[in-house]
Design a protein around this ligand. Structure first.
Ligand code: UDP
Ligand code: CA
Length: 293
């Protein structure tokens, strides 16, 4: 059924591991191609590491846990959230084996509705990275579109500000053009100012795009309710549960409200986890779910 689709992701904490299993299932249910998942090992729980080999066997995918030691000379991050963001973007050239030529990053809290093979095969025009620009059809959010004014408007010079929940990395091009070094140099300079890179994994590639070019993906590759209007929802190829800075709705609540297939995928993942780890975990996992509105 064609070439393996390589997907990488990162998760920390019970909630994001629960999301990650749903993301995995949603990818697999929408492609007939072989899939290999790459997970950043750093924050995965022992329970997740116990379940994943059984999931791989049951659903027929490959996986590998990867990590990279933070370089001593690179400005360090102290908060866990920011360390995770850093691992999303800073070590793409060195964290995968050289034989891997392409990989797609998918946020743990994303639900896939299309064949990721289509994205994997897409011609990204010789650029090392491909991201989807932020939607502009949810007008309620105009006041939050910080990239339309001031520093970002000036800096972007007509280019798009892209969302970092999903992106393609042409690793061959990325290594050839020293994109990793370029990103780390920008990072090193910017991170000294505690007020910059407030969204590290997103601000950095958007900032660097004059040097590390980004191919802008068609809008339907990333729909998220906070920024995209309901008019484009039915075309969504992936849905991210991205934080809504206006409503600040909890992600679990949003998941059930926004994504019709989410409750079934969640149940399937929880039942599978319970089968492998035993009832104790099943009870732990179902309790917060039942308490949610
Ligand atoms: N993440 C995580 N644990 C956290 C926060 C973030 O594993 O506590 C990872 C996870 O892969 C998540 C990604 O970082 O999908 C981006 O964070 P999030 O989805 O919360 O950001 P948003 O899409 O809301 O901007
Ligand atoms: Ca997200």
């Amino acid at each position: 059924h064609g070439k393996t689709i390589n997907i990488f992701s990162i998760a920390s904490g019970h909630l994001y591991e629960r999301f990650l299993k749903i993301m995995i299932l949603s990818v697999l249910k929408n492609t007939r191609r072989p899939v290999k998942f790459w997970f950043i090992k750093n924050y995965l729980s022992p329970q997740f590491k116990d379940v994943i080999p059984f999931m791989a066997q049951e659903y027929g995918f490959e996986y590998q846990l990867i990590t990279y030691k933070w370089p001593t000379w690179l400005h360090k991050q102290k908060e866990k959230q920011r360390i995770i963001w850093a691992y999303k973007i800073l070590f793409l050239d060195v964290i995968f084996p050289l034989s891997l030529e392409k990989v797609i990053f998918v946020d743990a809290d994303q639900i896939v509705r299309a064949d990721m093979g289509e994205l994997y095969d897409m011609d990204i025009k010789g650029r090392p990275l491909a991201y989807t620009p932020f939607c502009d059809n949810n007008k309620d959010m105009d006041g939050y579109r910080f990239w339309r004014q001031g520093f970002w408007k000036e800096h972007l010079r007509g280019r798009s500000y892209h969302i970092s929940a999903l992106y393609v990395v042409d690793l061959k091009k990325f290594r050839e053009t020293a994109a990793g070094d370029n990103l780390r140099v920008f990072y090193e300079t910017l991170s000294k100012d505690p007020n910059s890179l407030s969204n590290l994994d997103q601000d950095l590639p958007n900032y660097a795009q004059h040097t590390v070019p980004i191919f802008s993906l068609p809008q339907e590759w990333l729909w998220c309710e906070s920024w995209c209007g309901n008019a484009t929802k039915s075309k969504a190829k992936t849905i991210d549960l991205c934080n809504n800075p206006m409503t600040k709705e909890p992600k679990l609540q949003g998941a059930r409200r926004i994504v019709s297939e989410w409750p079934d995928l969640d149940l399937e993942a929880r039942q599978f986890t319970a089968k492998i780890l035993g009832d104790e975990v099943a009870i732990q996992e179902s309790a917060p779910a039942l308490n949610q509105p």
